[in-house]
Structure formats: C-alpha cells, structure tokens
Design a protein around this ligand. Structure first.
Ligand code: ATP
Ligand code: MN
Length: 136
C-alpha cells in the first residue's frame, strides 16, 4: 500500500501524519510526504525551498522517532496549486489513498479548507480526511 500525506505544517496535518503513521505500521504502507509551495505564479524562492525541506525533515524525523523505517518514507516538494499538485502526485505515484487534514493553516472557519475541498471534488484516489477533533 502507498499513502500520500500532503502536509502544510499545521496542527491538522500533524494529526493526519499520526493517522498515516499508524496505518503504515499496520499495513507496511509506504508514505509519500508532499509539501506544495503555493507560490501563485511567482518564481520559487530559495527560502521557500528551505522552509519546505525543513518541514519535510521534521515530519520524517518524527515518524522515524515513532518507529517507522525511514526507507518507507519518500519526500516530495512541488510548486503550484496545492490541490492540483496533490491530485497529480497521487496519480503519478500510484498511491492507494490520500490522508490529509480537513483544515490547515487558516483554521476552522468552514467545514473543510479549500485545499481539502478541491481534492475531494477532483481526486480519483480515495481520500481520508482526518477530523480536527479526532483523538488518536
Ligand atoms: P484555506 O487554505 O482554504 O484558507 P485551511 O488552510 O484551513 O484553509 P486547507 O488549506 O484546505 O485548509 O488544508 C487542509 C489540508 O490540506 C492540510 O491539513 C494539509 O493536509 C493539506 N494542505 C494544505 N496546504 C498544503 C500544501 N501547501 N502542501 C501540502 N498539503 C497541503
Ligand atoms: Mn491552507
């Protein structure tokens, strides 16, 4: 099994990572970590790239600290529209499911944030949205 775990560094994507970790351990599933640099047309800047690297590193380290084999984790950085990139990465990498937060950096203003909404609307891959109150 292969899981796509799109992360934005919010508390909600941390929770999604804990769910992915648990599923990965149970099913020996590979995790593809993805951060999308939403640079809205402008060129990708060095600091954005460094921030993305750091974020992926922190998530990888915390999963390895929690007992996941580092060889099970792949990290990817893409730029562009987050939802489009999540959908495309899922298809290109043949993932079985996407595990993501229902919310992100902006918080709880709607039922889901716009990235999750757009992924749910357009993805052909199964999406597991982790509710903000889910207790793992
Ligand atoms: P909005 O962005 O619409 O203001 P929000 O920030 O609260 O709302 P979303 O952006 O939809 O909510 O975030 C929901 C989930 O989508 C996050 O928990 C994360 O899993 C994923 N996500 C959001 N932005 C990115 C990104 N740039 N790269 C990778 N994953 C992302
Ligand atoms: Mn967001």
């Amino acid at each position: 099994m292969k899981i796509l775990l799109p992360i934005d560094g919010s508390e909600f994507s941390k929770k999604a990572a804990q769910v992915a970790l648990r599923i990965s351990k149970h099913h020996s599933a590979h995790i593809v970590l993805l951060h999308v640099i939403a640079s809205s047309g402008q060129e990708r800047k060095k600091w954005m790239e460094e921030g993305a690297d750091k974020l992926l590193e922190v998530y990888t380290k915390s999963m390895v600290d929690d007992g996941l084999d580092g060889a099970m984790i792949t990290s990817l950085i893409e730029d562009g529209d987050p939802a489009d990139q999540i959908i495309q990465t899922a298809e290109l990498n043949g993932v079985d499911r996407i595990i993501m937060g229902t919310h992100g950096k902006t918080g709880l203003k709607k039922i889901t944030g716009s990235v999750t909404e757009k992924v749910l609307r357009n993805s052909k891959v199964l999406v597991l949205g982790v509710p903000p109150n889910y207790e793992i």
